[in-house]
Ligand binder design. Structure first.
Ligand code: SF4
Length: 282
C-alpha cells in the first residue's frame, strides 16, 4: 500500500482501510473513489472491492517498519471514522501511532460526529494531528466537533472549497485551503480563499494554501496574492525534533514533487489528467 505521497502536506500514506461512501458535496469528485475504481480495473488485489469499505489489518504495523520519521496521512483512501470501521481497529491503529513517536500522523475525517463520540476512548499522543474537512458553510459545524477532541494539533482541510465559509477558529491550529482539480472541478472563487486566509491571520492560525485547482492539480498554481502560503502549526513539541527546531511558519512543504514510487497505486495516481484530483480524501 502506498508509502510515499504526492500530497503537498504529507510524506506518506498508510491505508489499512480503503473504500468509503459519499457523505456531503465535498465528496462529489472524490479522489479515492475514482482511484479505487482505476486500481480495481488494473487488477490490484487491495482494490478488488472497488470503493466498498475494506479492512487491511495486515497493514496495521506498516509504520513500525519505517525507520525514518515521516508525516503519515492515515487512510488517504478512506475515512477512518466511517461507521463501518470497527472501534477496535481504530484503537489498534492509535496504539501503533503512540508506539511510533518518530512519526507524525495526520487524520482527516468528514465523520466529525463519530470522531468526537469515540475520541474519549482513544489515547491522543502528541504525534497525532486530527483534522476535519469543510467544503462550505453548511459543514463548518465540523470544526466545533473537532474542538472537543483532545488532539495536540487540530486542523481544518478546507478543500475542495466550493463556497464561502466563515469559520470559528477557536482551538484550531492549522488550516489548509485548496481548490478542486480534475475533469469536473468546481471553481474556487478568490474571495473565498482570501477570506479564509484573513480569518486565519486574524486568529493567529497557521495557513497553508495548497492550490487553486482546475483541470490538473497544478493548473492554477499555488500563489495567492502573489506568494505561497506554506505555514505549518508550531505548537506541537514533537515537531521540534522532526524539523530541527524549524517548525512553525513558512516551511517548505514536504513532498511537493511526487516522490518516486513503483507501486501500481502511485502509477495510477500519477498518470496524466484523466479526471483524478490529487486531493486527500475524507
Ligand atoms: S473518502 Fe472522503 S471524500 Fe471520499 S467519499 Fe469518503 S469522506 Fe467523501
Amino acid at each position: 500500500m502506498a508509502a510515499r505521497s504526492s500530497i503537498e502536506w504529507t510524506d506518506a500514506t498508510w491505508n489499512f482501510v480503503t473504500g468509503c461512501k459519499h457523505i456531503s458535496p465535498g465528496c462529489d469528485n472524490c479522489y479515492a473513489d475514482a482511484l479505487s475504481h482505476r486500481l480495481q480495473a488494473m487488477g490490484v488485489n487491495r482494490y478488488r472491492n472497488g470503493f466498498q469499505l475494506t479492512l487491511h489489518e495486515d497493514l496495521l504495523d506498516l509504520p513500525r517498519r519505517w525507520r525514518d520519521p515521516r508525516r503519515i496521512f492515515v487512510n488517504s483512501m478512506s475515512d477512518l471514522f466511517h461507521n463501518d470501521v470497527p472501534l477496535d481497529l481504530i484503537k489498534r491503529a492509535f496504539t501503533v501511532m503512540a508506539e511510533t513517536p518518530r512519526h507524525t500522523y495526520q487524520i482527516l475525517t468528514k465523520r466529525a460526529d463519530r470522531a468526537r463520540h469515540v475520541s474519549a476512548s482513544l489515547p491522543w499522543p502528541s504525534n497525532v494531528w486530527m483534522g476535519v474537512s469543510i467544503e462550505n458553510q453548511t459543514y463548518a459545524f465540523r470544526a466545533k466537533r473537532l474542538r472537543d477532541i483532545p488532539a495536540a494539533v487540530r486542523f481544518l482541510s478546507v478543500e475542495p472549497l466550493i463556497g464561502p465559509v466563515k469559520l470559528d477558529l477557536a482551538g484550531i491550529h492549522w488550516v489548509i485551503v485548496g481548490g478542486e482539480s480534475g475533469t469536473h472541478a468546481r471553481p474556487m472563487d478568490a474571495t473565498w480563499a482570501r477570506s479564509v486566509r484573513d480569518q486565519c491571520r486574524a486568529a493567529g492560525v497557521a495557513f497553508f494554501f495548497k492550490q487553486w485547482g482546475g483541470r490538473t492539480p497544478k493548473a492554477g498554481g499555488r500563489l495567492l496574492d502573489g506568494r505561497t502560503w506554506d505555514e505549518f502549526p508550531s505548537s506541537a513539541p514533537h515537531l521540534q525534533a522532526l524539523y530541527g527546531g524549524r517548525s512553525g511558519r513558512a516551511q517548505e512543504p514536504f513532498g511537493t514533487a511526487a516522490a518516486a514510487s513503483n507501486d501500481k497505486e502511485h502509477a495510477a495516481a500519477a498518470a496524466g489528467p484523466r479526471g483524478l484530483a490529487r486531493t486527500p480524501s475524507a
